[in-house]
Design a protein around this ligand. Structure first.
Ligand SMILES: Cc1ncc(COP(=O)(O)O)c(C=O)c1O
Length: 459
């Protein structure tokens, strides 16, 4: 840590924070007696807080975002150069980094062709919902307007996104919700809902049952995370995605994949859906797009979807009548272009696959020694360990104890995560998403801390 901010009297910063900042996802009462945490600096896999304490960050900025690690001067320089040349113009016009990043991104997404810029994952998902609704109005007399979402998935913070949110604790007290969103069951095999051999197909069939119940002519789209993130790091069972693709084609339902977490390398492919050979119509992404160096999110669609908004130029309403002011900021695509270059030049997808398997093996090894770990799962550097108080009946571990493990790791200088106020009674999964640059030593350090935390909390 270079100490610059400390010289500027960090205690003033802490007091300003305590007096005026409303932290995200936080109950503030404890700050009446304790200091809020302020992260002052980051480099590579590490961050330093206001007391100069070093932490290894196993969750890429808390919410799986800083995919290429902290302190990337080349991204800062790309953003700086672009801001001096042109910082902003509304997205009704194009920009140099906007066009160049779109071209680069599309080269990683065969079958898709159009990029719509926004500035958060929630907003990108809202744009997709709006497109579905507009298509329904223009083509189906408004009837094919329903959007399916899955139990345990999360698609963002706005009221419409919460209406598509499968996490009851996230949603609680924010209703009433937007009509036209319909829930389908989750696919977590560890918490089986059907006693069958081919679990993946069965879980997808459950979606077809909902479609038939609602009426296929009323369902316009289904929105799914490729691997559910905050709902417990849920990897899909064999056969699940193939069956979903068939169902979408059968009933002419648009497949919207929410890659806000999985997108841009996190799971070891450019996009999570690419593990499963599916062909989405719409893909949304945010966090890893520019690794948090600038705010940028994208909705990417197929040319077929795009054409539905231009094929009737005589209709003055037949275009996507939507704008996002900050979707026109050029810092986002400038940062995103450099972010992608880094992932390519440093072979970070390969590293993610190798280090992901190494970490999953390490978690499995911990599971062998700690009976409170009921299940470990994940893809690439996107991993979870579900804690239980009884392995046989899979009773979820008490949330306070799960949080105690997170707190113990933090005290050791290792930042890990856990499902948080997502699912009543099931906020019991530890989450790991180190930057894609993680080395074996980094992962060993993280696993060692988790090992001692589990020993201290559970004996
Ligand atoms: C899968 C998923 N979709 C959407 C969002 C919302 O993104 P944002 O917070 O950028 O609005 C999140 C945020 O955590 C997410 O995990």
């Amino acid at each position: 840590m270079d100490g610059t901010l400390r010289d500027n009297d960090i205690s003033k910063v802490v007091e300003a924070d305590r007096a005026h900042i409303w932290h995200h996802l936080t109950q503030h009462k404890p700050f009446e007696n304790a200091e809020p945490r302020i992260i002052v600096e980051g480099k590579g896999m590490r961050v330093w807080d206001q007391n100069g304490k070093e932490h290894i960050d196993a969750v890429s900025g808390g919410v799986w975002t800083v995919n290429v690690g902290y302190g990337r001067e080349s991204i800062a320089n790309a953003v700086r150069d672009q801001l001096i040349k042109l910082n902003y113009f509304a997205g009704s016009a194009g920009s140099i980094p906007g066009a160049l990043f779109a071209e680069k991104l599309i080269s990683k997404m065969p079958g898709l062709s159009r990029v719509y810029y926004t500035n958060s994952g929630s907003e990108a998902n809202e744009k997709a919902f709006k497109m579905v609704r507009q298509i329904a109005h223009k083509r189906y007399g408004g009837k094919k307007h329903k959007i399916l979402y899955r139990d345990r998935d999360y698609h963002g913070t706005t009221i419409a996104c919460l209406s598509a949110g499968g996490q009851e604790e996230r949603n609680a007290q924010y209703g009433p919700y937007t009509p036209g969103f319909v829930k389908v069951p989750h696919c977590l095999e560890y918490r089986k809902q059907w006693d069958v051999e081919n679990y993946g197909e069965r879980a997808a069939d459950a979606i077809e049952e909902v479609i038939l119940r609602e009426g296929p002519d009323t369902v316009g789209a289904i929105c799914l995370e490729p691997v559910t993130a905050g709902g417990g790091v849920i990897t899909p069972p064999e056969g699940y995605w193939q069956r979903i693709q068939e169902i979408c084609r059968k009933y002419d339902i648009l497949l919207h994949i929410d890659e806000v977490v999985c997108g841009v390398g996190r799971t070891g492919t450019w996009f999570g859906y690419q593990h499963y050979g599916v062909e989405p119509d719409m893909v949304t992404m945010a966090k890893g797009v520019a690794s948090g160096y600038a705010a940028i999110a994208c909705l990417v669609t197929s040319e077929k979807v795009f054409d539905l908004f231009k094929d009737d130029a005589a209709d003055p309403m037949n275009y996507f009548r939507d704008i996002s002011t900050f979707g026109g900021c050029t810092a986002g695509p400038a940062a995103a272009l450099e972010n992608l270059r880094i992932i390519e030049d440093e072979n970070l997808l390969e590293n993610t696959n190798q280090m992901g398997s190494y970490m999953l093996d390490g978690l499995a090894e911990l599971m062998g020694r700690h009976k409170v770990i009921g299940d470990v799962r994940g893809k690439g550097l996107f991993l979870g360990a579900e804690l239980v108080s009884d392995r046989e009946d899979k009773t979820p571990m008490d949330e306070k104890k799960v949080q105690a493990v997170v707190g113990d790791c933090m005290a050791q200088g290792v930042v890990i995560g856990a499902t948080n106020r997502s699912l009543p009674g099931f906020n019991n999964t530890l989450c790991f998403s180190p930057a894609l640059i993680a080395t074996k030593d980094d992962i060993d350090e993280i696993l060692t801390a988790v090992d001692s935390a589990l020993t201290r909390v559970f004996g």
